[in-house]
Design a binder for this molecule. Sequence first.
Ligand code: DQA
Length: 146
Amino acid sequence: MNILIINGPNLNLLGTREPHIYGNMTLNDINDKIKTEFSKNKDINFEFYQNNIEGEIINKLHDSISKVDGIIINAGAYTHTSLAIADAIKAVQIPTVEVHLSNIYSREEVRHKSFLSTCCIGQISGFGCYSYILAVYAIIKHLKNL
Ligand code: DQA
């Protein structure tokens, strides 16, 4: 099972970026925590990808066709603006879970709208690094038809 975890703009600055909202863990810390949590699942391969540029995220989604079984994406602020990323998720037809560290519905109204939610199998928002871990469990459940 190949699982691609995509992080969008500004998530490379986790650890120092608005820690009262996003916590103190760096993106590497989060990725390590995911690897540790699933270290016993020898059938899972993770690929971690971060990019600040919308078109690069779209290219990465296109590149995953026939290579990746499931995608987890935190598109950062592109969540609320990018019809293009939403279209790419639809186009590649790979089951995708949307995640957010913060609870986007308890924040400013502009963050309540997600362009990605209609093309993802589900969304997890508000649990910090555990949003990603819950998303991995969700994608496994989906891929194994549990
Ligand atoms: C975020 C929420 C977005 O609104 C914000 O622009 C981010 C991070 C989150 O993980 O909580 O960059 O996706």
